[in-house]
Write a protein that binds this ligand. Structure first.
Ligand SMILES: NC(=O)c1ccc[n+]([C@@H]2O[C@H](COP(=O)([O-])OP(=O)(O)OC[C@H]3O[C@@H](n4cnc5c(N)ncnc54)[C@H](O)[C@@H]3O)[C@@H](O)[C@H]2O)c1
Ligand SMILES: [Fe+2]
Length: 381
């Protein structure tokens, strides 16, 4: 089955295998004459990235790239990227990559037009209204992983390199003008990244679904996103060239990000400090902490999870769902404890303080107190 579609929700999405070839056309439509392709170091030399640059060059748009982007990108990457954007006289950003390349690309397009420091635009209240909207350069997003959903999101996660905290930077115009979802670009992902990013998509759907806020649209999207992960993540993991599975995982990733407008929860609140301090992979970290958080939340989410289990064809209600998560983790080679990702017990107090003030903590269905965070970290590590 070939899946091709043009969607305009939540932004213009060009979905289908091989559609990266349309990149230059979309750049021109949004008014770019000299785009800067932003990606991470690892991807910069890969054929998919060089191929995208070739497409731009062939259309007379140059082949400018900025790739000084770390996993869990930080303010230093951002500063260097804004400088490259301005020095090169660029007029738009092609954000290319996993969440790291996408988030940094989006942030460069945003910060190129601002005079205030990036931290003034953290996702707090209406801080985004401080921004000069007219200065934001157009963004075209091209995901190469299927997890974060940053390609359809209005936020970037940037690590503060001084305080080692992950900050969510928000502005409605972070939403790319056009997103190209080409599943062929995800074929080369190493197994561990397929697993980690896929579990990030699952965590987004699960946490959005369980968050206590009223948003029935997100609720529906989250549920179907979980179903796609259940059916297709093991397939994509086993055979990375299974384009149908890769395509459905790209949808699940985008759906997770659309759904989490309803809120995230303690999986992400615990994962963010771990990622900021130990530089672990975000989705893999989520996958490790998922079962203890489910148990912690059980009193508030049991009925919802029973409904989800029924929809997903999982027998046994909450316990059945919990066992399914354990089984999925095992199937994907996810370690049981954070210690396997290099996390020690010596910084639990500090990480707990960070977890309870993480913006995602407010969406957890059971209050994440300092004590609870400490207990959860001790169990997860
Ligand atoms: N903006 C958001 O809403 C949002 C949501 C969740 C996570 N995030 C952020 O996204 C980041 C994580 O993104 P990620 O999980 O996609 O990982 P990533 O972007 O850090 O990529 C992980 C690794 O995979 C490699 N890679 C990516 N695509 C590849 C491909 N097709 N073939 C081969 N290698 C490939 C990269 O070079 C990198 O080494 C974190 O910083 C996280 O905080 C953002
Ligand atoms: Fe996430």
């Amino acid at each position: 089955m070939t899946i091709t579609a043009n969607w305009s929700y939540p932004t213009a999405i060009k979905f289908g295998a091989g559609r990266i070839k349309e990149l230059a056309d979309h750049c021109k439509v949004v008014g770019m004459k000299k785009p800067l392709l932003v990606t991470d170091r690892g991807l910069s030399t890969m054929p998919i990235t060089q191929g995208a640059l070739d497409i731009l060059a062939a259309a007379g748009l140059g082949r400018a790239m900025f790739a000084e982007v770390d996993p869990n990108p930080n303010d230093k990457n951002l500063e260097a990227g804004v400088k490259a954007f301005k020095d090169g006289g660029h007029d738009g950003v092609v954000a290319f990559g996993g969440g790291s390349g996408l988030d940094l690309g989006k942030a460069i397009a945003f910060m190129a037009g601002q005079t205030r420091p990036v931290w003034d635009f953290e996702d707090v209240g209406d801080w985004w209204t401080r921004a000069n909207s007219d200065g934001i350069a157009p963004i075209i997003a091209v995901p190469t992983t299927a997890g974060t959903g940053s390609e359809v999101g209005r936020a970037s996660v940037i690590t503060n390199s001084e305080t080692h905290t992950k900050k969510v930077i928000f502005h409605p115009k972070f939403l790319p003008s056009v997103t190209i979802c080409d599943p062929e670009l995800t074929v080369g992902m190493p197994k561990v990244i397929t697993a980690g990013t896929g579990m990030d998509a699952f965590a987004h759907c699960l946490e959005a679904y369980c968050s206590p806020f009223y948003h029935p649209m997100s609720q529906g999207i989250a549920l179907e996103g979980m179903r796609l992960v259940k059916e297709f993540l093991p397939r994509a993991y086993k055979d990375g060239t299974d384009i149908e599975a890769r395509a459905h995982m790209m949808s699940a990733a985008a759906m997770g990000a659309v759904a989490f407008q309803k809120g995230l929860g303690a999986i992400h609140s615990l994962s963010h400090p771990v990622g900021a301090i130990y530089n672990t992979h975000h989705g893999m970290t989520n996958a490790v902490v998922m079962p203890p958080v489910l148990t912690f939340n059980r009193p508030a989410i049991e009925a919802k999870i029973v409904s989800a289990a029924a929809y997903l064809g999982i027998a046994g209600g909450f316990d059945g769902f919990f066992d399914y998560v354990l089984h999925l983790r095992e199937e994907l080679g996810v370690p049981d404890k954070l210690s396997a990702l290099g996390v020690g017990t010596d910084r639990i107090d500090e990480m707990s303080e960070m977890a309870i003030v993480d913006p995602t903590a407010g969406g957890n269905p059971v209050e994440l107190t300092l004590d609870a965070a400490k207990r959860l970290f001790a169990e997860c590590i």
